[in-house]
Design a protein around this ligand. Structure first.
Ligand code: AMP
Ligand code: MG
Length: 510
């Protein structure tokens, strides 16, 4: 069955009488793929579903009614205690390289794909419950998620969306009324995640590892239909698919590094085919700039350190290319040569996207040879002087608009390091055709004031877990949802952790 057939099989659910008061209008395609692609399994009902948050704007953009979702019936569905009309819950099969080691079967061990809905933008989206109970892929896990990890993913994924980075989104968070055991007892929760799809590099690896070339082909057709429709009419559609994924990840990782974001677990099972950031675990935004920054407690070798991220992405894309070799071309030599050539475009695409982003961050609208060295000098100086990544660039935007240098230079351990760089920057700005005001406006759109700073996220989690106080969560969500606005009354969210507040590590604590 080709992917076109799969999409043709979908009949709109809404033509029938709707009995549930919560209308989703599911139009499912993944469940129409061969049975070996997934396991049909319902979420496990929980003791006491409790609403934390429904993302009202996102709900409306998916044609969903936030009031219905927040009703007792809606919350029961979001907790996995009820199955909505039209939902055909399943756990997706996938494999993956975890920290370089291949595991032939991972799969959704604590997630259920509820189904797919059409957004008002015409795009098909997956609705997935994460933390919704065991599945055939759970291995020894309990299938659950902790409230802390759910709130972290909610905040950081919504922050990324507001920052303009392709990402899965958070539609809702609910508590389960059950405790789960990690290192201690923790409250359980379920996140409703929205994704362009949950296809991963690991999904391709699942079939490749079984020498199931037909499975790889069906999956590739599905990925093309859903994410890279233009590849369908290319001379070599599967090569065009590979090139598309490479291109989107080059752009994606460039956006991460331009924001000081460290994903933390760039395993192939956490690498999306759509090019979205997915599976927020021990991720974090840097404060003081450090190219070697690692937050994850399990990443002891620094495999996924800040500046290793492009290399890790290319490694993952190379694993994707390997799975596609049997279908890229009839001639294995041609397949290999094409895959290598496609992969060789990653670095230049990443570097180009990064340089374009650095120019925006520095307020440069024209291109000069020396722009990259100028930006690298600033970054090196920030690293040597423990300058806060986000604050340096944001305040530089104000300096471009006429503020005093002091607001930036005091961020550097040795402010003179900034002075010498600023002189070079100013002489470069003198060659630019735009006004200081225009430049400041461009820079403010490239340099956020608000990121989800780690100690703030930890404080949000602590208030929720220890005191059932969700007010800090609400406030933080509001803050990171408008990252490029100046909001003087919220200045405390812009400043780095004091030494005693500093969170150097995030735990999988999932
Ligand atoms: P993650 O680290 O969340 O990306 O998950 C890696 C793999 O472990 C995936 O196959 C997950 O489904 C599985 N997994 C993680 N946590 C649990 C859990 N509590 N119960 C069952 N499976 C889990
Ligand atoms: Mg994962």
């Amino acid at each position: 069955m080709s992917s076109a057939d799969v999409f043709a099989l979908v009949s709109p659910v809404n033509t029938e009488v709707v009995t549930s008061p919560v209308r989703f209008n599911f139009q499912n395609t993944y469940v129409r793929l061969p049975e070996r692609f997934y396991s049909r399994v319902n979420p496990t009902p929980v003791a006491a579903p409790g609403l934390v948050k429904v993302n009202e704007d996102l709900a409306r953009s998916l044609g969903l009614d936030p009031t219905e979702l927040s009703s007792p019936e809606g919350v029961a569905i979001l907790a996995g205690s009820r199955v909505a009309d039209g939902s055909e819950p399943l756990a997706i099969a996938y494999a993956g390289h975890q920290f370089g080691h291949f595991v032939a079967q991972l799969g959704d061990g604590r997630a259920n794909l509820l189904g797919e809905v059409m957004g008002l933008d015409g795009v098909r989206y997956d609705l997935q419950l994460k933390g919704s109970g065991p599945t055939p892929f759970s291995r020894n896990g309990d299938g659950r998620a902790s409230l802390g990890s759910v709130l972290r993913e909610y905040i950081v994924s919504e922050a990324m969306a507001a920052l303009g980075v392709p990402t899965t989104r958070a539609l809702a968070a609910v508590t389960t009324g059950e405790s789960i055991y990690r290192e201690t007892m923790l409250p359980g929760a379920v996140l409703t995640r929205v994704a362009a799809s949950h296809l991963r590099v690991g999904t391709f690896q699942y079939f490749a590892a079984r020498n199931d070339t037909q499975g790889v082909r069906i999956l590739a057709d599905y990925a093309i239909a859903r994410h890279y429709p233009e590849a369908a009419s290319a001379k070599r559609p599967y090569l065009a698919l590979l090139e598309g994924v490479i291109s989107r990840h080059a752009q994606l990782v460039a956006q991460w590094v331009l924001l000081g974001f460290v994903h933390g677990v760039m395993n192939t099972d956490n690498t999306s085919i759509s090019g979205e950031t997915i599976d927020y675990g021990p991720c974090a935004f840097m404060e003081a700039f450090d190219p070697d920054m690692v937050f994850s407690s399990i990443d002891r070798q620094g495999r996924y350190a800040y500046s290793n991220q492009p290399r890790a992405a290319l490694w993952n894309l190379t694993r994707l290319a390997e799975t596609l070799l049997p279908i890229l071309d009839e001639n294995p030599d041609t397949s290999l040569a094409s895959a290598k050539e496609a992969l060789s475009t990653f670095d230049p695409q990443f570097e180009m996207a990064r340089l374009a982003g650095l120019r925006r961050k520095l307020g440069l609208v024209t291109e000069r040879e020396g722009d990259l060295p100028l930006a690298e000098q600033l970054l090196a100086s920030m690293a040597a002087n423990d300058a806060d990544f986000t604050l340096t660039f944001r305040r530089l935007s104000d300096v471009a608009g006429g503020s005093a240098d002091d607001t930036v230079r005091t961020l550097f351990a040795d402010p003179r390091a900034y002075d010498s760089w600023a002189a070079a920057w100013r002489s470069r700005l003198a060659e630019e055709p735009i006004s200081a005001q225009e430049r400041a406006a461009i820079m403010r759109r490239a340099n956020p004031a608000f990121i989800p700073r780690n100690h703030r996220v930890e404080a949000v989690i602590e208030a929720a877990v220890e005191r059932q106080d969700f007010q800090p969560f609400e406030e933080m969500l509001d803050v990171v949802s408008h990252p490029y606005e100046d909001r003087p009354e919220l200045e405390r969210y812009t400043t780095p952790a004091r030494p005693e507040e500093c969170v150097r590590q995030t735990f999988c604590g999932t």
